[in-house]
Design a protein around this ligand. Structure first.
Ligand code: CUA
Length: 332
């Protein structure tokens, strides 16, 4: 029997789809969960995926049976029952079961947080403004980096000043939109230590694909020490180059947009740089955190992230840009 070309195409597409599943591992995978919410979502996915495969095989089996094996006219009574059974009763049972399964997951996904601190994240163009509120009620401002203690349910308040973004850490939980004029809520409970990757899951403009962040899930003691360190003011510049860098930072107007706690820099338009040298990446998850990347970013941020609000400072002499970079890299 010669397989029709459309059927062959379906086979190849199915094989291609299966090969893509093998790419669903790593630090940004909803199918390799490291959080309570992600585990439930993955479970739902596997049940739905498994069910879809079973139904697909049954439907294709029926089609082959009816067209190739027993291609004769059926009685109108059997056809009638096939339509009622296969077209109404069966889908109602399947969709009803899925609905009940999905609904019973919802309360546990949105159950209240238990942590003593909260995290507010605002989607900016194109980076993430992160504010921790400590148990003492202090606000700790940072950017493009989130750290969480393992085993604690943490509440996130999500917002945006202008366009819609979507906050998603696939390994830890579901995604929630950040909508201008509203504050949305997400509760995450990491269950495994490690570094995971988050991304914006809603097209928000030119550099939508360039707003990422890393999430480090730590032991609770290490997390508490980290948060305490982030709450502290910036370290004074170490060495003559870093000192010149700090002067150049203030003299060239960087402080109008960026804050460095403990210095006169108190701008709020751009990311808080108080401990920028300790972050896992630069430019919202797109550059390694080193002096060379700082120089690149300061010189031509628009080449690295099209549409970025930060102006280019490529006109400054190279030694000044290097000094600023050295100063920022030292802000551990
Ligand atoms: Cu922010 Cu897409």
């Amino acid at each position: 029997m010669r397989v029709p070309s459309t059927t062959r195409m379906v086979y190849w597409r199915s094989l291609a789809a299966l090969s893509l599943v093998s790419g669903c591992t790593g630090t940004q995978s909803a199918l390799q969960p490291a959080g309570a919410g992600a585990e439930q979502i993955a479970q739902l996915f596997w049940w739905m995926g498994g069910g879809a495969i079973v139904i697909w095989v049954a439907v294709i089996g029926f089609a082959i049976y009816a067209t190739q094996i027993k291609s004769e006219a059926h009685s109108s009574r059997r056809a009638h029952w096939l339509i009622i059974g296969g077209g109404a009763i069966f889908p109602t049972i399947v969709l009803g079961t899925l609905l009940i399964f999905g609904l019973q997951l919802m309360p546990s996904l949105s159950a209240p947080a238990k942590s003593e601190f909260q995290v507010a994240v605002s989607g900016e163009r194109w980076w993430w403004r992160v504010t921790y509120t400590t148990p003492a009620g202090d606000k700790v401002r940072l950017a493009n980096e989130i750290r969480l203690p393992v085993g604690e349910r943490v509440e996130f308040s999500l917002s945006s000043p202008d366009v819609i973004h979507s906050f998603w850490i696939p390994s830890l939980g579901g995604k929630v939109d950040m909508i201008p004029g509203r504050v949305t809520r997400l509760v995450l409970e990491p269950t495994r230590l490690g570094t995971y990757r988050g991304a914006c899951a809603e097209y928000c403009g030119t550099s939508h694909a360039l707003m990422n962040f890393h999430v480090e899930v730590m032991e609770p003691e290490a997390f508490a020490a980290w948060l305490e360190g982030q709450a502290a003011p910036a370290q004074p510049p170490q060495g003559p180059i870093a000192k010149r860098g700090q002067q150049a930072f203030m003299a060239n107007g960087c402080s109008a947009c960026h804050a460095i706690r403990g210095t006169p820099a108190d701008g709020t338009l751009g990311p808080d740089l108080t401990h920028v040298g300790s972050r896992l990446t630069l430019g919202a998850g797109i550059l390694p955190n080193d002096v060379e990347s700082f120089v690149r970013w300061i010189s031509h941020p628009d080449h690295i992230k099209p549409g970025v609000n930060m102006p280019a400072f490529g006109m400054l002499p190279k030694d000044q840009r290097t000094a600023i970079a050295t100063y920022l890299d030292g802000l551990k």
